[in-house]
Design a protein around this ligand. Structure first.
Ligand code: IVH
Length: 701
């Protein structure tokens, strides 16, 4: 960090006005570095020292207090109402391309080319692609370089004067960084709240027992429309420029859109770095695709992307239609969040006995699929979000991960909504499938059924896992069939699979002789397997495919593995204390040893002298992770072990070298730092997805 550049001692300045001006300029420079460039120049303490000196100076000499002083960002007196502002140039909106496929971008290009009467032989049109920010549109009016007014869009013709509130946004320059400012420059853009700031704000509100914001968009819009500017000042907002209104006297004004944004950035205005310009529809399609993958790791929510013709001359030629520019279009992504209602909170039993609360929802179309169930992770999560039967909730589906309930719309809670969630009480202390006692161990997030393989739900999951492609690969042994086999008492333990006969199988529902024969063949074929597959198939908690391979390679025989001590287990690369304990616990159960013996007696065999093929390339090799906050169902130690087992590294602090930050509840400054640096942020599900690429993370359910 360099030093603040304002002269160190006020006494050097006999002239308080000159000192105040120097402090204002220096604080503006530091604000820009911190809030726009994300590159702080001095410590917070140094900044505060300068800030307080200016405050003291202004208190002693009120005539020195200028509207562009950084001290004026904190908000003045409440307003009775907002004054109307008539826009010099109307604030219009843009057309939305509803086709969310790449075709949407091609359609826009075609419309532009048609309107310009270009034939297929003519060269491509140059376009800009940028983000469609999900906030509130604002017009900033600078006169001779000074911010004089900020207004909302309103009906497009007349907005509201929100200058006091917009001043509190630290990334909005109160003074343009140029020696030759245009006489008038209106900058248009979006005010929004970054996700990390939103989370932090809500965290603080919760701690104080005060109301929280529903989402960042409402947070931004609500803050700007606060009559009391001290409230806006407490809510961390950001601004990104994407256009302009009235311009008077700009010498050498650029003639393309991208150069205009570059010029605005040079004047100190925040312009998002995610933008490109280039020829033809392909530029747009590429950007749309790229942002689709980056979307979840952006520091703020977006509503899609926006395409604009780059040449301002062509923009003028294309003009407007129905009060919308022909030269611009918004291109959306399939919605990822929707609201719906909770019909019930069910509790599912996973393979390892984990009890997961699941919201049964009124069906809702989210992100391209109809969702009827969403995970609530665990009891603490349900309580933290206070989800109750009957509630209206926001459901989110990101990528391929399991849909989840994001939040409850508390103001829509019906009078007859259910009671606060209590898993133990709801289940009366017993597993809903087998009636065994349920337990929640100290320090664990999950309740578990203690029934083990006595529990039909766990048995079913264990059988499905055993039969899965990467385990014993028993084709035809699917969910419906396993349900029948277990519910009919035909298969109670894994070895029972090898005792199935044609008669019994063919008697089952929807089971033709042919499929019964095929299944028996598949079962027969599965008996000849490999040691790594067999270890993996046993379904030991924490032992994924990669770990199974390492164990097979290290111990060479199942008997040696079954008798290995904790220390011996930990000598295997990638096996830490958590995994070692889990393996030991598994083989310490007499019934598990019994199952292994019976499977061998049924003819399951492998060649222990066969070399174990090298483990698949580690999917996370070379990737650095930082863990922060509490994950719903994994301890930090566990997450670390699994990342390391997949070849990744876990570091303690976030830096440019971090590839992923895995954030759970109550994530703090590390999450904020990640979002500032634009580092991908994952939740537990996202981490599982990454790990799952080598089958190493199958132990969640
Ligand atoms: S251009 C004349 N660019 O979306 C064109 N708008 O319906 C004016 N928005 O009210 C808009 N990101 O609030 C433009 N990169 C972007 C945008 C953007 C968000 C908002 C804006 C506007 C609405 C358009």
């Amino acid at each position: 960090m360099s030093q603040a550049q304002a002269p160190q001692s006020a006494s050097l300045f006999a002239d308080p006005a000159a000192r105040a001006a120097a402090l204002r300029a220096e604080l503006a420079r530091l604000d820009h570095a911190y809030y726009v460039l994300d590159a702080p120049l001095v410590s917070d303490a140094d900044y505060d020292t300068l800030f307080r000196e200016l405050q003291a100076l202004e208190a002693a000499h009120p005539e020195l207090r200028t509207p562009d002083s950084p001290t004026q960002r904190v908000g003045g007196a409440p307003l009775p109402q907002f004054a109307p502002v008539r826009h010099a140039v109307p604030m219009l909106s843009i057309q939305t391309e509803t086709d969310t496929t790449p075709q949407g971008a091609a359609a826009f290009d075609q419309r532009v080319r048609n309107k310009l009467a270009l034939s297929a032989d003519d060269p491509p049109v140059t376009y800009n692609a940028e983000l469609k920010f999900d906030g509130l549109a604002i017009n900033l009016r600078y006169e001779h370089g000074t911010l004089v007014q900020a207004a909302t869009r309103g009906d497009g013709e007349t907005g509201e004067d929100v200058t006091q509130n917009v001043r509190t946004i630290r990334s909005v320059p109160l003074q343009l960084h140029t020696t030759h400012p245009p006489a008038v420059l209106e900058v248009r853009g979006e005010v929004l709240m970054k996700r990390a700031d939103f989370e932090r704000y809500n965290e603080r509100q919760r701690a104080k027992g005060l109301p929280t914001l529903v989402n960042p968009r409402n947070g931004a819009a609500g803050s700007i429309r606060q009559l009391d500017p001290t409230i806006a000042a407490q809510r961390p907002l950001a601004f990104y420029a994407y256009g302009w209104g009235e311009i008077v006297g700009w010498v050498h004004q650029p003639d393309t859109y991208h150069a205009m944004l570059d010029a605005l950035a040079a004047m100190g205005l925040p312009v998002a770095e995610q933008r490109v310009h280039g020829p033809g529809a392909q530029t747009l399609i590429d950007f749309h695709g790229r942002i689709a993958t980056e979307r979840d790791s952006l520091p703020f929510d977006i509503d899609g992307v926006v395409y604009k013709v780059d040449s301002l001359a062509l923009q003028a030629e294309l003009g407007f239609r129905n009060r919308e520019p022909v030269w611009a279009v918004a291109h959306k992504y399939p919605a990822q969040e929707r609201s719906t209602r909770v019909l019930a909170i069910d509790i599912q039993v996973g393979r390892t006995g984990k009890l997961t609360p699941v919201a049964k929802l009124e069906p809702v179309f989210v992100g391209g699929v109809t969702v009827t169930n969403a995970t609530l992770h665990n009891e603490d999560e349900v309580r933290r979000k206070d989800v109750r039967v009957g509630d209206a909730v926001i459901v989110r589906r990101a990528g391929d991960v399991i849909p989840e309930v994001v939040s409850v719309l508390l103001d829509q809670r019906p009078a007859n909504a259910g009671q606060p969630f209590d898993l133990d009480k709801q289940l009366g202390g017993h597993c809903p499938v087998c009636g065994s006692a349920i337990v929640r161990e100290e320090g664990e997030a999950d309740w578990r059924c203690t029934g083990g393989l006595f529990c039909a739900a766990q048995r079913k999951q264990a059988i499905l896992h055993y039969a899965s492609r990467r385990a014993m690969d028993i084709e035809g042994l699917g969910e419906k069939l396993v349900d029948q086999l277990v519910d009919g008492g035909i298969v109670n333990v894994l070895p029972d699979l090898y005792r199935l006969g044609l008669l019994k199988l063919a008697a089952l529902d929807r089971m033709a002789d042919k499929s019964a024969t095929n299944l028996l063949d598949a079962l027969q074929a599965s008996k000849s397997t490999t040691l790594p597959r067999f270890i993996y198939a046993l379904g030991i908690r924490q032992v994924g495919e990669a770990t199974a391979k390492e164990l097979a390679r290290h111990f060479g025989s199942l008997d040696t593995l079954m008798d290995a001590s904790l220390e011996q287990l930990q000598a295997v690369s990638d096996v830490g204390p958590v995994v070692a304990r889990s393996i030991r616990t598994f083989f310490d159960q007499p019934h598990n040893r019994e199952v292994v013996e019976q499977l061998r007696a049924c003819g399951v065999h492998w060649d222990e002298s066969a070399p174990v093929e090298a483990a698949a390339p580690k999917p996370l090799a070379g990737k650095t992770f930082v863990l922060t906050g509490a994950l719903p169902t994994m301890s930090r130690e566990e997450a670390k072990e699994r990342i390391e087992a997949a070849g990744g590294k876990v570091a303690g602090s976030v830096s440019k070298k971090t590839d992923y930050v895995v954030a759970g509840a109550e994530a703090g400054s590390k999450l904020a730092k990640a979002q500032e640096l634009g580092i991908a942020v994952l939740g537990q599900e996202g981490l599982m997805t990454l790990l799952d690429h080598d089958g190493a993370a199958d132990q969640g359910a």
